[in-house]
Design a protein around this ligand. Structure first.
Ligand SMILES: [Zn+2]
Length: 223
């Protein structure tokens, strides 16, 4: 009799909530890891930690609600607090968002960094680069000049924005084409190349002033 009771009680002795391998569990774990890696690459480690903290807190609250478990509610609160720390850190973390233009081909490049971690580095075509493409020397090396720089260099420091623009090259020459003088634009670009390669003795500063003056005149003529 005693042995029967022992056998009958055995199934209850095994905790039903113990972690077990299931395909569903594997799928969920893979999804969470994948999303975490995507977030780290896309938004940087701080934003990823914040988003994961918030997401995990929400999941824990739902789980706690359905299980009516106080300890799960406490866990959700703890995770939410931990999730707030990266938010505070992100508000004061060193970062930089720089835009640059290539003098040679007129393409732009956007570089975003958080704590020295590159979250974005993208080169894009522009109207100027499409215009300059037939004139650009084959196999040119990009000559990036920073056109805007929004950055915080140290923790909780200020984050000023700096702006500038390319003084010569594809972008400036294209301005003339855009304003209705493609011949002058092409000439300006070829002169820029001639100065660079030493075929023209004209100083770059003089060329820059002349192109700037031509753009100003073209703008005034349009008005
Ligand atoms: Zn280039």
């Amino acid at each position: 009799m005693a042995s029967t009771a022992a056998i009958q009680s055995t199934p209850d002795a095994v905790p039903r909530d113990r972690w077990r391998f299931t395909l569903g569990g594997l799928f969920r774990a893979t999804t969470v890891c994948g999303l975490a890696m995507f977030a780290v690459v896309q938004f940087g480690p701080l934003a990823a930690a914040r988003d994961l903290g918030i997401g995990l807190a929400i999941v824990l609250v739902i789980w706690a609600w359905s299980a009516r478990s106080l300890s799960l509610f406490l866990a959700a609160g703890l995770v939410a607090v931990l999730g707030c720390i990266p938010t505070v850190l992100a508000a004061g973390a060193p970062f930089s968002q720089r835009s640059a233009a290539c003098l040679e081909c007129g393409m732009t490049r956007d570089i975003h960094e958080v704590c020295g971690w590159t979250t974005k580095d993208e080169i894009s075509e522009t109207e100027a680069s499409r215009w300059a493409a037939p004139l650009v020397p084959a196999g040119h090396v990009h000559a990036w000049t920073v056109t805007s720089n929004y950055s915080r260099t140290h923790w909780f420091g200020s984050a000023p924005i700096g702006c500038g623009g390319p003084g010569e090259g594809a972008f400036m020459a294209w301005q003339l084409a855009r304003l209705g003088d493609p011949a002058a634009a092409e000439q300006a670009y070829l002169e820029y190349q001639a100065i660079l390669t030493g075929r023209s003795p004209k100083p770059m500063a003089v060329h820059r002033q002349e192109v700037q003056a031509a753009i100003t005149a073209a703008v005034q003529a349009k008005q």
